[in-house]
Every structure is written in structure tokens, then in C-alpha cells.
Design a binder for this molecule. Sequence first.
Ligand code: NAD
Length: 517
Amino acid sequence: MSLAEQMDTVTDGAAGTVDRHATTRTFESTDPATGAVVGVLPVHDDDAVRETVERARPAARAWAELGFDGRKQRLNAYRGYLARRMHELADLVHRENGKPHGDAILEITLAIDHLAWAGAHARKTLGSRKVRAGMLAANHAAYLEYQPLGVVGVIGPWNYPVFTPMGSIAYALAAGNAVVFKPSEYTPAIGAWLAAAWRAAVPDAADAFQVVTGYGETGAALCRPGVDKLAFTGSAPTGRKVMAACAENLVPVLMELGGKDAMIVDDDADVVAAADAAVWGAMSNAGQTCIGIERVYATSAVYDRFVAEVTEQVRTLRPGSDDEATYGPMTMASQTGIVRRHLDDAAAAGGRSVRGDADPSLFPNENYLPPAVLLDVPESSSAIREETFGPTLTITKVRDAEEALERANATSYGLGGSVFAKSKARGLDLARRMRSGMTAVNSVITFASVPALPFGGVGESGFGRIHGEDGLKEFTRAKAITRQRVALPVNLMSFGRPASATDAVARVMGMIHGRHR
Ligand code: NAD
């Protein structure tokens, strides 16, 4: 099916909701490179969102009843569909988000890989298993299983409009839940495309994955109508609002929030490789990556070589919308103001900056920012303390890796990070002590491409995990079952037990545990 036909399906799907709920307002999503309209989508109001969740309720029951194999088969059909239309979706991602086509392909392939893993590992991770009943219940069998929650609301950002929400959607579906997804207002057509693709690939469970579109109010509406869990990915300030709204109905939340990720470059690091990783980690996707590198702490032994290498590499970067461009425009025009403020603050505080060679007067419009590397920026400045989310990187000289770690950890965020060190023991030790949910040694961002690894942060970067076994369990409730196998002559949990029974238990337990000091 072509993109045009897909979008017709999208419109049909959304229009069904629009007609049923008399939602007449629409909004446009535009190409950040050209301003051209990419899609016109409904603004789903409270009623429309509530009715979508109500429609998801029976769909969730039917989806759960399919069991692990039935769901796996359908998730496979979905990933096959996405894989066959990868370029079509990448074209839409390029137009609506602005990133180069190649980066969009990379993002989509990661999402497909996670879909495959989630479907394949759901039974092993969540299915019923026997556990040891222990001494006090030795005459019972004990079972543990992880059951679906029901309907999961997913609210997503625009920076990785396929990969990021799919980290919740794929794992929630594989765990047996229905999903109602509210994509960012900056990338709603991509969200609608994903749902239309689901309807086409999995027609017998079409309502197991639905989309509602609109602004923040539509997201807020999704917190109200009784979803069983809300998976939010976005900024920390919005995350606070979502959590407060969900608290009113005791709806549990998963928070995937912002970051200020650091890279540590140790004395024995491969400096050229570290520079390459830092530049890509900081500047790809125009720096709009939650797990992108924003700060580097390089030891005095490697600082000069590292700065020289980064400077050389940054000079070759050129933002644009053509096939050769290294990164695209800022998706959200307002973000350019934040990036400029951080650069101005750093300059006012005495920081030096290195820019790319690309001539900004040749950039297609003001949504394109040149790469900027900031040196000697005080730790108190906004470029070090706040999420910049632009094509910038600070590099700070430190005495040694211990000081680097101390500074890397001196942030309220704690999402990802990177360590470059030749010594395996040293690299892993620094990675363990980095206060973040994820750290890559001798690379950047790699943890996001390992489906078996959990993804999520600490502190202001949020809590809860997507991806991996933890990501599957995140969308379930643990269910404990015991079954009495044989009746004992004395039942401790009965008013009929003799008084001597507890004395005997006390004696045995005293002997077993009392010797521990
Ligand atoms: P945002 O917080 O502005 O918006 C995120 C989503 O929340 C959007 O869909 C928006 O419409 C919705 N929303 C806004 N107000 C709402 C409300 N009151 N109730 C419910 N929903 C509401 O974030 P953004 O600008 O779209 O995304 C960028 C941010 O996301 C950055 O901070 C980035 O670091 C973070 N991010 C985190 C991860 C992660 O996995 N930790 C991944 C990608 C992006």
C-alpha cells in the first residue's frame, strides 16, 4: 500500500473516531524543513479519548485471550509489514520530523528489532512458572505469572517518533495489553501511520492498538478515563503534570524523561574513537536525542588531543534537508531559542566555542543550527546543567576519571552515558558507578539497540523500564498462586490447630535462624 493509501487508511481510521465522537477540530503537522503541510489530523477531545479507551477494553480482553503464541504471530505480521514499508515510513519520518532518511531507517530498524524480541520473549518472561514453596508451605505448589494490565495509554515525543513510543507499544502489546497511543503534536501523522499499519497487518485485532491525536489536552485526557497504566515519554515538566493527573485515579505511570548525558574519556582511551562517538552522540538528529551526549569530561592526559579531534570532525558536519546532509532541522522551532540561550550563557561565562565550517547563511531556514562545541564552560552554566537538546557539546578538562565521574554524576538527570577506557575493568567500574540507567563503554547509545537490556533513567530522567524482560514486566501485574498438594495432619492456618503446633514451629525456626548473628 502506498503512503497516500496509508494516509487514506489513517484518515478512515481517525475519521471513524471523528464521526462517532463529533470531533470537528483538526490541526496541521508541518515539515520543519519547508513548512509544507504533512498531515491534517483530528484534535481528539475528552469524549473521543474516553470512547477510544472504551473500545480498547473488549479489544484488550480478546487480545489477552489470544495467548503468547497468538500475539507473537500477529506481532510478527506487524513487524513484517513495517519492514516491507520501511522506506515509505522513513520518508514520512524525514518529512514530519526532519531527520535524514538514513537516520530514519536506522530508527525504524531498531523498533522492528524490539518488536521481534518482545514477541519472542513474552512467554518465557511472563508465562506461568513454578517457584519453590519453601519450608512453611512445603505441602503446596507455588506458581508465579505476569498478567496483562488491560489498556495501556502511551504518550510519546517527536524526536524518535517511531522508536521511542514503540519501546512502550511493542512491550505492552506483547505482554497482552491493548494500547491507546497519543503521539506528539509535532509527529502525529507518523503515529497515525503506525496505527493504520497495525490495522492493515493485524485486521482481526485492529482495536488492540489505536491512536488519538491532538495537543497536550488530548494527552491529559488519556490520563483520565481509566487506563490501567500510562507510559509517558517526554520532558520532566510535562511528566510531573501527567503523574499528578494519573494520581487522581491511582493510575500507575512509567516515566521516560529527559537527560543530560555525559561521556568520560579516560587516560588510556582511544581518543579518535571517543571523538567520533562524542560528535555523533551529540550532533546526530540535530542533538535532539534523549540519550545523546551533551557533556564530555576528558582527563588532562587526553584533553588536548580529544578537543583537536572533535574540532576537526565537527568542521565537516553540515545540517540540511538533502541526501548528503549530516543532520536535519530542529523539529520544534521554539527549541532553537533554548539552544541559543545556552550558547549565549556559556559565552557570557567565558566559554570558548568551536563551530562547524558550514555557512549558516546558506542554511535553508532558521530551524537549522550549526554544530557548536563549548570549551571551558563553568559547571554552573545552563549548557552544563539543563537539557540543551541541540547540536552542541561541552568539553571540560578534569584531573582524572574520578573527577570526571563526580562531575558527570552532579546532575539531577540520570538517563544514559558513555565511558571511553581501554582497561575493561576500569571501563566497567566507571560505568557501574555512573548515576544513570544505562551506560555504554567505548561507544555511545548502544544499549538502546540491545533488546534484552532495560531502558530508563533515574532521578529527573524518570523511573520504570521499557525494553527487555523488565520492559515486558512493566506492563503486567505479578500474580501469585498456591495449590495445596497434600493436606498435613496439622494445619497451621486453622483455628483447629493445637497449641503445641506453634511451639514446635518456634523451636524449629529458632534452631534454623537463631544461630545467625
Ligand atoms: P513534551 O513533554 O513537551 O511532550 C511529550 C508528550 O506529552 C507530547 O505528546 C505532548 O502532546 C504531551 N503532553 C503535553 N502536555 C501534556 C499534559 N498536560 N498531559 C499529558 N500529555 C501532555 O516533550 P517533547 O518535547 O515531545 O519531547 C522531548 C523530551 O522528551 C525531551 O526532554 C527528551 O529528553 C524526552 N525524551 C525522553 C526519552 C526517554 O526515553 N527517556 C525518549 C525521547 C525523548
